[in-house]
Design a protein around this ligand. Sequence first.
Ligand SMILES: CC(C)(COP(=O)(O)OP(=O)(O)OC[C@H]1O[C@@H](n2cnc3c(N)ncnc32)[C@H](O)[C@@H]1OP(=O)(O)O)[C@@H](O)C(=O)NCCC(=O)NCCS
Length: 211
Amino acid sequence: MTDAAGRAPAIRPYRASDRETIARICLLTAAGGGDATGVYGDDALMPEVYALPYVDYAPDLAFVVDDGGIVGGYVLGVADTADFIDWYAREWAPGFRRRHPTPSPPTAHRPAYTEAQLIADGGDPERMRIAELDAYPAHLHVDLLPTYQGRGLGRRLIDTLRTALADRGVPAVHLGLDPANVGARAFYSRIGFHELPSSRPDAPLLGIATR
Ligand SMILES: CC(C)(COP(=O)(O)OP(=O)(O)OC[C@H]1O[C@@H](n2cnc3c(N)ncnc32)[C@H](O)[C@@H]1OP(=O)(O)O)[C@@H](O)C(=O)NCCC(=O)NCCS
């Protein structure tokens, strides 16, 4: 699909002015790939765990889909997860814990990934220290708004990040995903990701070489 001038959406580097849009896209795709608005008592939680620390720590490894000035999706990466864990523990977790001391009363959605677990994860960067970190030091998150899905943009975003990581000498990248997100699982398999040895049915872990 192209815009009125016939242009396909472009992939471009992240700019600081994209930050709020990225938080919104994270929320709109965080419930197994669908809209998570209202699923938790505080809509700020998902972006504060799975999007904003990434653009603050590694803005140069964030890329967005820019459709004539409208941002429709992103890929966010970190090259060295171990270093990100240290940064997160120092710079992000303390503020996160202060902002979110306890879960809100349960919403009617009753998500399998509870608000208590999400808050615990947001304050615990050690959860990112997977067994395969030496071989797969980078990790990523990718999300597109529904209008931009199924048009080859997810593949282009991942390819852009893989190239940026390869250029930095990073050999491979991994990701974790919600086991309920069967569409994303099919996408990752299709573009060449494989399951990592420590992957579990309730916490799938996938990886791919950067070249
Ligand atoms: C998952 C997501 C990033 C995939 O990006 P996308 O742009 O929709 O996927 P693409 O169009 O680039 O697809 C690349 C390939 O994967 C396949 N694929 C994509 N989604 C698929 C699905 N749900 N089922 C089966 N195959 C799928 C495509 O058919 C395509 O194959 P092809 O190259 O043979 O044509 C995107 O759909 C999305 O953001 N979804 C909502 C949020 C989400 O789930 N994010 C991931 C969280 S872990």
